[in-house]
Design a binder for this molecule. Structure first.
Ligand code: LLP
Length: 426
């Protein structure tokens, strides 16, 4: 799953003790494991090798250009959702020709920028957007590749905020309208409308919703082909789960086992847009306990990390496994699920210093007794962790460190107070 393991009561990222990294770089800090990232990418490539597949890493998940460089070096392409993300891909030396660009609200300047950079595909989210792209491509004298994002009306059984493939969502066009979109725009000379895009939600813990969505879509592709449209690409999006609790997430091979038989021999190039499944387990967020206190029945560990550093618990009620970086033998763990039954644990709220009661990383969590100075690791922080961090409460954003074997390097320095005010015009 990942390369964060305990040796003699100390948590290691690959070959480096996390406490050493915390001393050297300070807390809160994000620690990424390079070899976990490589392993996860490799698992996807192996799982889907029997069909012509392009894996487009979803930049929104973790967009540090050092990570993007690593991803590109392993042969991945990119999925972007803004001009800024495309800019990052280019900064990282990514190939714009292998970029797919989704998003319901692409602006004219973003569309122009993407056309200038000759991206691979626009994933089209509405008729109005398609009309605009046709207009802009016409003004620029270009022909651009487009895939129509369809909404297959499938329930991915995940958080409502990250459910995207149901009928009432703002994404894509209803699958019943897709034929009509092709009939209206599919022969326009400024576009090559030759792909179908899906993204049903995130994270999706079972394969069935993909099977359902792909099956519906393939029937529609048959109909489009009968009507003379050339469809050569099927982008099935992202959403593949990460292991927030050990053993719950299907592996890339589990997804592939059911998806490949559906799409094989259909004459389609397959695009995948994984993000969380690659980056989720590849990082931890480490904080130091500043104070402990009790209020009524509650025990609090007040840490120096906060909701501005990792907002997922507050925003989605998301579970992140948390455990001390250094533990006595009594609290040594091998399996992150077993710990709830250990004798001696104390029900604790792990909270940050921000002035909101929603500022917590965990509530009522069974943890070893905590004291000032202890380090705590929040696991599975690599996806939508740093990427969603903010400076709320004028807290400079944390440092990001990448570990590769016994080497550690800063890939984004800790922000300073001067950074907080730098863009403000005085
Ligand atoms: N493709 C599209 C079009 C997407 O909208 C997304 C994620 C992905 C790919 C990547 O999905 P993944 O493989 O990472 O599941 N902030 C939320 C998740 C938002 C997902 C947005 N779209 C969270 O922290 O859970």
């Amino acid at each position: 799953m990942d390369l964060f393991n305990y040796k003699n009561g100390k948590l290691y990222c690959e070959d480096i003790a996390v406490e050493e990294l915390a001393s050297e770089f300070g807390t809160p800090l994000y620690i990424y494991s390079a070899n976990t990232i490589k392993r996860h990418i490799d698992n996807f490539q192996q799982a889907f090798k029997d069909v012509p597949t392009t894996i487009c890493y979803s930049v929104k998940v973790c967009s540090n250009i050092n990570i993007l460089k690593m991803v590109a070096a392993q042969g991945e392409a990119f999925d972007v959702v803004s001009g800024g993300e495309l800019y990052r891909v280019l900064q990282a030396g990514g190939d714009p020709g292998r970029v797919v660009y989704a998003g319901v609200g692409k602006t004219d300047s973003e569309i122009r920028y993407a056309i200038e950079q000759k991206i691979g595909y626009f994933n089209i989210e509405s008729e109005a957007e398609l009309e605009n792209i046709i207009k802009i491509a016409g003004e620029m004298g270009k022909v651009v590749n487009c895939a129509l994002r369809v909404n297959p009306d499938v329930d991915p059984k995940t958080h409502t905020y990250t459910t995207t493939g149901k009928k009432e969502s703002k994404f894509g066009v209803d699958i019943e309208r897709a034929i009509n979109v092709f009939e209206t725009y599919g022969r326009n000379p400024n576009i090559r409308l030759c792909g179908i895009h899906l993204h049903i939600g995130s994270p999706v813990y079972t394969v069935e919703p993909y099977v359902e969505a792909i099956t519906k879509t393939l029937a529609m592709i048959d109909e489009l082909r009968t009507r003379g449209f050339v469809i050569d690409t099927l982008d099935i999006g992202g959403g593949y789960a990460a292991d927030y609790t050990t053993g719950k997430a299907p592996s890339p091979a589990d997804y592939a086992r059911q998806i490949i038989p559906l799409v094989k021999d259909k004459g389609l190039k397959i695009i995948l847009e994984p993000g969380r499944s690659i980056m989720g387990n590849a990082a931890i967020m480490v904080s130091r306990v500043n104070y402990t206190k009790t209020s009524g029945e509650k025990n609090f560990a007040i840490i120096d990390g906060a909701m501005n550093d990792l907002i997922r618990p507050m925003l989605y009620g998301a579970f992140h496994f948390i455990w001390p970086v250094n533990v006595s033998e009594k609290f040594a763990i091998t399996d992150r699920q077993e710990v709830m039954d250990m004798p001696g644990l104390i029900k604790t709220d792990v909270v940050g210093p921000i002035c909101e009661s929603g500022d917590f990383l965990a509530q009522d969590r069974m943890l070893p007794p905590m004291k000032r100075g202890d380090l705590l690791a929040a696991y599975t922080a690599g996806a939508y962790g740093y990427a969603m961090a903010s400076q709320y409460n004028s807290r400079p954003r944390a440092v990001e460190v990448l570990v590769d074997g016994s080497q550690a390097k800063i890939i984004r320095r800790r922000e300073t107070w001067a950074d907080l005010v730098a863009p403000e015009l005085i």
